[in-house]
Design a protein around this ligand. Structure first.
Ligand code: SF4
Length: 298
């Protein structure tokens, strides 16, 4: 019966686990990883107001193939449509495999030309999917292409690899990324148990290569929706020298309603955290709203 349900969910929202996360779940079948990585029948419940693409991502005209610009000062480059783990709460759930992705050197050159022609752009976000699913050579080709432009202050890599496949973060890669001087990494840890010795080591390699590392958590019902859980998570991140940056309210995406925390509860948690955490460990609670030009504070 369970496998039938899994097949049904998989048909709509593909299931994918990294070997590392599979091993973590084997050690603790009730872990936070199980909730984030294993399919649930709840994903098939169609809740009113939950849609596949609330931010009309597909409708935002691409500046050029695989590149989107919602703000004048930054652009998003889709570098991959794959991740090491298909998070069950993913904002791009159901959209990823339909995205335009910059795959060829010609497409990358066109993206660089677009940035050059738009001098207000100062920051490039390499996203996907997970950019670090690509080979070192491909990641560095993206980074160098954009970091080499004088107008660019930062090339931000959004990756969940330190949490879901920490061995992907190697000394060789981090040294080369750090040498570019403009790379920042945003990662996603949602529960303190994800900061295993392997994950902490991955973060240390990034930090010691001179790369600023921040964390963007998602507020997930049953995973981290309590003051105690978030204090534990943010404290562990600070010990790992990773700045807790955002806690996102789950977006109104089809298939993830069971993870959403009511706004009133999220606000109560947000009000309590400053009493327990110092400023450097204190994340901002934010949400995206369809049509809004920036993230809104809860
Ligand atoms: S790593 Fe990020 S993009 Fe990939 S499935 Fe998880 S939340 Fe989505």
């Amino acid at each position: 019966m369970k496998s039938e349900i899994w097949d049904q969910v998989h048909a709509r929202y593909p299931v994918k686990l990294s070997a590392y996360v599979r091993a973590q779940i084997r050690k603790d079948p009730l872990s936070a990883w199980a909730q984030q990585a294993l399919p649930s029948i709840d994903e098939l419940i169609d809740e009113p107001g939950m849609v596949a693409d609330p931010f009309a991502e597909k409708g935002v005209a691409a500046c050029c193939y695989g590149v989107k610009q919602r703000f004048p000062n930054r652009i998003l480059v889709m570098t991959s449509d794959q991740c090491a783990l298909n998070c069950r709460h993913c904002t791009r759930k159901g959209l990823l495999q339909k995205s335009e992705v910059v795959r060829t050197a010609k497409q990358r050159a066109e993206a660089v030309a677009y940035v050059k022609a738009h001098p207000l752009v100062r920051e490039v976000l390499l996203s996907g999917g997970d950019p670090l699913i690509l080979s070192d050579t491909k990641v560095l080709a993206f980074v160098k292409a954009f970091a080499g432009l004088p107008q660019i202050d930062a090339v931000r890599i959004g990756t969940r690899m330190p949490a879901v496949n920490p061995s992907r973060i190697t000394k060789t890669l981090t040294k080369k990324l750090g040498a570019c001087k403009k790379v920042w990494v945003n990662t996603q840890f949602n529960h303190v148990s994800e900061l295993t010795p392997e994950a902490v080591k991955a973060c240390a390699l990034l930090v010691e290569a001179g790369i600023p590392v921040s964390n963007q958590s998602v507020l997930l019902k049953g995973v981290n929706d309590s003051v105690d859980e978030l204090v534990a998570l943010c404290s562990a991140l600070q010990r790992a020298r990773v700045r807790p940056y955002y806690v996102f309210q789950c977006d109104p995406i089809a298939g993830i309603a069971h993870f959403r925390v009511p706004l009133a509860r999220a606000r109560r948690i947000a009000r309590e955290l400053p009493k327990r955490l110092g400023g450097l460990a204190l994340p901002r609670f934010v949400r995206d709203l369809p049509g809004s030009l920036c993230k809104l504070e809860l």
